[in-house]
Design a protein around this ligand. Structure first.
Ligand SMILES: O=C(O)C(O)C(=O)CO
Ligand code: MG
Length: 256
């Protein structure tokens, strides 16, 4: 696929190591960038040093999910929880600013209905304005097996919210793994939503493994992504078959 770039998602790859070590492992493995989920237990100053030493950019991090022990998966579409949602957004912006991260995924949470939609829209306006033009705010439709009850589940719903909020730094995380499960037609839906897409992620379907097997042919899908002009690193967000150390044979194949 020539000159495709890839970002290691350190929420899943090398996630048994401290984040600075995972950053170094990603560099050694040949990734062009990194991204993570929830880095907050590690001081941003340590992550900043590791990124500098590796010469890699952190493409994204997520807002806190809230109380994970009771199943919370984000706070921004939960009516009545605005103060906590905005504190999570503030925390993410502060961390992202310190490490010069490119994007923040604002997690919606488990909810539905018009009040949830309004809360999400207001919180996204807050996040987009507060983040400023150098940080992209992302929202990500998640599939209903991994994230049952999550507010945002389809690309079309995300597009509607992005158009309603109408802020230039609010975009969609297009994770082919989720999009394939929630209706497929992935390359057409990628093309139709291209101006609204801020980051791309991949994993095999249905097992969420490395992107070289399963029902979705990434050698075709990523060629199409590239033909459509996408040049930023693609997020490799998959669960390695052998624990945290990833199977990486696909990386050399897809890069060349
Ligand atoms: O699960 C995903 O696909 C994510 O990208 C995420 O950020 C955590 O839910
Ligand atoms: Mg994802």
């Amino acid at each position: 696929m020539g000159s495709m770039k890839f970002s290691a998602n350190l929420g899943f790859l090398w996630n048994d190591r401290p984040l600075p070590e995972a950053i170094r492992a990603a560099k050694d493995a040949g990734f062009d960038a990194v991204e993570c989920h929830w880095p907050y237990a590690v001081p941003a100053s340590e992550v900043k040093v590791a990124l500098k030493e590796a010469g890699l950019r952190m493409l994204g991090l997520n807002t806190s999910r809230g109380n994970v022990s009771v199943g919370e998966n984000g706070l921004s579409a939960l009516p009545g929880r605005e103060p906590e949602a905005r504190a999570a957004i503030d925390q993410a912006i502060e961390y992202a600013t310190e490490i010069s991260a490119k994007a923040i995924h604002v997690m919606a949470g488990n909810s539905s209905g018009p009040r949830a939609r309004s809360a999400f829209i207001e919180n996204l306006i807050y996040a987009s304005e507060k983040a400023g033009p150098d940080i992209t705010i992302l929202i990500e439709p998640l599939n209903h097996y991994n994230a049952p009850g999550y507010f945002l589940s389809t690309v079309e719903q995300a597009a509607d919210i992005i158009r309603t909020v109408a802020k230039p730094n609010l975009k969609m995380m297009f994770d082919f793994y989720h999009v394939q499960i929630m209706g497929g037609d992935v390359t057409r839906r990628f093309e139709a939503n291209l101006p609204l897409i801020g980051h791309v992620q991949i994993a095999s379907v249905p097992d969420r493994g490395s992107p070289d097997h399963g029902e979705l042919d990434y050698s075709f899908a990523l060629r199409r992504v590239r033909e459509l002009g996408w040049s930023s690193p693609i997020g490799a967000e998959y669960l390695p078959a052998n624990g945290a150390v990833p199977d990486l044979a696909w990386l050399a194949t897809f890069k060349n």
